[in-house]
Design a protein around this ligand. Structure first.
Ligand code: TXA
Ligand code: MG
Length: 345
C-alpha cells in the first residue's frame, strides 16, 4: 500500500492533523508521535482496524494493545469502573507516560486486549498526539510503531524504515522526548503492580499509592511456559541484529574486557564521553550518571549498532535506580538477559 508521510510541526498544523484523523476515522492505520515512542494507531472500537495493526506490525495475536485517550472523561466507556487509585494517578501523571490496566468494559473489542478481560489505557502528553486523538474523536489503540521484535522507534526515520508501505499514514512529529515506552501499572486487583518500568518511576507511583509491587518479569527472564501477567514481557524484544552482552564492571575492567574480546565485528555500547577510550568501534547511549539521557538514547543506539554493522556488542551496565530501572529493563531484553559480572581485583 501507499503510505502518506505527513510532517506535523505543531498541534496548530490542522491540515495535516485532520488528514491523519480522517485516515483513522475511516478505519485506517496511522503512525503518530507520542512523548515516549511512536505509536501505530487505529480506532480502538473497530475490530477490523485493530486487526490491521497486528498485521502491519507482525505482532503476535496474544499481545494486547494500549488504548490512547485525550481527556479523562474518555476513560469511562473503556473500563467497568474507575477506582480511586486510577483517579489519583491520573490527577498526578496524566497526560503523561503512564499506562493503567483496568477491568475492561463491554465496548472494548477482544482484539484490543488479546482476549483479556482488562484493558490498558494511557493519555499521552505529546501535543500532536492529543490533537490527533481529539480531531478523530476516537480512542486509539496503538502499540509502539516498530516491526515486532525491533527496538521501538523514537523518530520518523526509524518508523519509515520499519513500516513504509505497511500503513496508511505516518505523522512525522520529530523526536520523542522520553525515548522508552510508558510505565505500565496494573490496577486490576490486589496491590498495584508495575508490569513495565518507564520514566514515571516506582518511587513516584509509591508516593501516590503507598504500596506498589514490581512484577518479577521486570528484571527476570520468564521461565519457559511460565504464565506472565503482561504478555509483552515474554517476547524477544528491542533486539538489534547484533548479539548484545551487558558487562557489569568498572570502566577500567570493561576496557580490559574489550581488549581481550574485541574484534572488527564487535562494538562497544558505552556512555557519552567514553568513546575516545574504546579500543573498538563504539556507539554511545547517554551520560554514565544520566538515566533520563540513557532512556532518550537507548533505542536509537541499538539501531545504530546495526547501521555500523556490529555482529556483537558489549554494553556498559546502566544504573537500575529510578528511571534507570526502565533503561536496564529494556537493555536486558535487548541482550536476551546475557550479563557478565567482572569485579575489580
Ligand atoms: O509508551 C507507550 O506505552 C507506547 C506508546 C505508543 O504509547 N506504546 C507501547 O505499546 O509501548 P506496546 O504495545 O508496544 O506495549 C504495550 C505493553 C505490552 O507489554 C503489553 O503486553 C502490555 O502493555 N499490555 C497491554 N494491555 C495489557 C493488559 N490488558 N494486561 C497486561 N499487559 C498489557
Ligand atoms: Mg512495543
Amino acid at each position: 500500500m501507499e503510505t502518506r508521510i505527513l510532517k506535523i510541526n505543531s498541534p496548530g498544523d490542522t491540515e495535516n492533523i485532520n488528514a491523519v484523523a480522517a485516515v483513522l476515522k475511516r478505519g485506517g492505520v496511522a503512525v503518530i508521535p507520542t512523548e515516549t515512542v511512536y505509536g501505530l494507531a487505529a480506532n480502538a472500537f473497530d475490530t477490523a482496524a485493530v486487526e490491521n495493526i497486528f498485521i502491519a506490525k507482525g505482532r503476535p495475536q496474544d499481545n494486547p494493545l494500549i488504548v490512547h485517550i485525550a481527556e479523562f472523561e474518555a476513560l469511562g466507556e473503556l473500563v467497568r469502573e474507575i477506582p480511586d487509585s486510577a483517579r489519583k494517578l491520573a490527577k498526578e501523571f496524566w497526560p503523561g507516560p503512564l499506562t493503567m490496566i483496568l477491568p475492561k468494559s463491554e465496548k472494548v473489542p477482544l482484539a484490543v486486549t488479546a482476549g483479556l478481560d482488562t484493558v490498558a489505557v494511557r493519555m499521552p502528553s505529546h501535543p500532536i498526539a492529543a490533537a490527533i486523538i481529539r480531531a478523530s474523536g476516537l480512542p486509539l489503540a496503538a502499540p509502539s510503531a516498530n516491526l515486532s521484535g525491533k527496538p521501538s522507534p523514537t523518530n520518523a526515520k526509524y518508523v519509515i524504515e520499519d513500516l513504509n508501505g505497511r500503513v496508511d499514514a505516518i505523522a512525522d512529529g520529530g523526536d520523542c522526548s522520553a525515548g522508552v515506552e510508558s510505565t505500565v501499572i496494573s490496577l486490576a486487583g490486589g496491590i498495584p503492580r508495575i508490569l513495565r518500568p518507564g520514566v514515571i518511576t516506582v518511587e513516584q507511583l509509591r508516593s501516590v499509592l503507598g504500596e506498589v509491587e514490581i512484577d518479577k518479569a521486570v528484571l527476570a527472564q520468564p521461565a519457559k511456559d511460565e504464565r506472565v501477567i503482561s504478555p509483552g514481557m515474554k517476547y524477544k524484544h528491542y533486539a538489534p541484529k547484533a548479539k548484545i552482552t551487558i558487562i557489569n564492571s568498572s570502566l577500567e575492567r570493561y576496557i580490559e574486557y574489550l581488549n581481550e574480546n574485541g574484534s572488527p565485528d564487535t562494538a562497544a555500547l558505552c556512555f557519552d564521553g567514553e568513546e575516545r577510550l574504546m579500543p573498538i568501534k563504539s556507539v554511545t547511549y547517554g551520560g554514565a550518571d544520566d538515566s533520563l539521557g540513557q532512556a532518550h538514547r537507548l533505542f536509537d543506539a541499538l539501531r545504530e549498532l546495526d547501521e555500523i554493522g556490529a555482529q556483537t556488542a558489549f554494553a556498559r551496565c546502566p544504573s537500575s535506580e529510578g528511571v534507570g530501572l526502565a533503561v536496564y529493563n529494556r537493555l536486558l531484553r535487548a541482550a536476551a538477559f546475557r550479563v557478565v559480572y567482572l569485579f575489580d581485583e
